[in-house]
Design a protein around this ligand. Structure first.
Ligand SMILES: [Ca+2]
Length: 245
């Protein structure tokens, strides 16, 4: 057997180990980044208790959320809340669970936020939420933003034209991404504004914020990666060169 043949055999033998090691490391890294929702009460199922039977209107914000200065806390509607009458008919119930928000209240605008700290700077933040026209008088805009202090890191706007003749509606998912700032703290913020004097703003339900790409590999992953790089080095050293030919 010539020297060149031996080297090729060795390389073929090593490659599967290298691939396996990298695959193992990738698997563990992905597993570590498996994303939990960092927000509290993103589905609005927790407090406060409904104070008008089928909905809540008052000074409190949903548990875990804070009132945005200058804005009133949005109304919390249950799926049992039903509007009737010309231009007011109900079109949606909760996207998840039994409660959702009308993002304004008795005033034309509503706002709330939640601050999340302890994020790894540079990690990829993904905020998703669901919105739609919960009733015929639900119109206007819902501005969803990821903020670092006064700086907007990412934002999207839901726009619903006033449509008193609407007979159906659907929930739509929206996504905002941003890179976690050096402060390690991001504010998830929503501002709803009614598009008509009939009030009613876009609905909001099932908000989530996840962070990815900043996970620290598990020791087992590092061991696999080191093994993989070592084997790769051996394979490269054994690779036939032009001089061998
Ligand atoms: Ca809900």
């Amino acid at each position: 057997m010539s020297a060149t043949t031996k080297r090729v055999v060795a390389e073929v033998t090593v490659r599967p180990f290298f691939t396996l090691a990298l695959a193992g490391a990738a698997c563990c890294l992905a597993g570590g980044a498996q994303a939990a929702n960092l927000l509290t009460n993103g589905g609005f199922e927790e407090g406060p208790a409904l104070n008008f039977g089928t909905y809540y209107r008052g000074p409190l914000t949903p548990t875990g959320w804070s009132a945005l200065p200058g804005y009133t806390p949005p109304d919390i509607l249950s799926s049992a809340y039903v509007q009737t009458g010309a231009g007011f008919a109900q079109l949606l119930s909760a996207h998840g669970g039994n409660r959702y928000l009308d993002t304004n209240s008795a005033s034309p605008t509503g706002g709330l936020y939640q601050d999340i700290s302890g994020l790894t700077p540079g990690s990829l933040l993904t905020m998703s939420f669901w919105s739609g026209r919960w009733a015929q008088n639900s119109s206007g805009t819902l501005v969803a933003s990821l903020m670092d202090g006064a700086t907007v890191l990412g934002s999207t706007t839901v726009t619903l034209p006033y449509a008193p003749g609407a007979t159906s509606a659907t929930w739509t998912e929206y996504v905002v991404t941003a890179i976690a700032p050096t402060s390690g703290t991001v504010r998830v913020q929503f501002i709803g504004a009614s598009g008509s004097t009939a009030r009613g703003a876009p609905a909001l339900d099932d908000v989530s914020l996840t962070a990815a790409g900043a996970a620290v590999p598990e020791p087992q992953a590092w061991a696999l990666m080191i093994l993989g790089f070592g084997l790769a080095g051996s394979a490269l050293r054994g690779r036939p060169t032009a001089a061998d030919a």
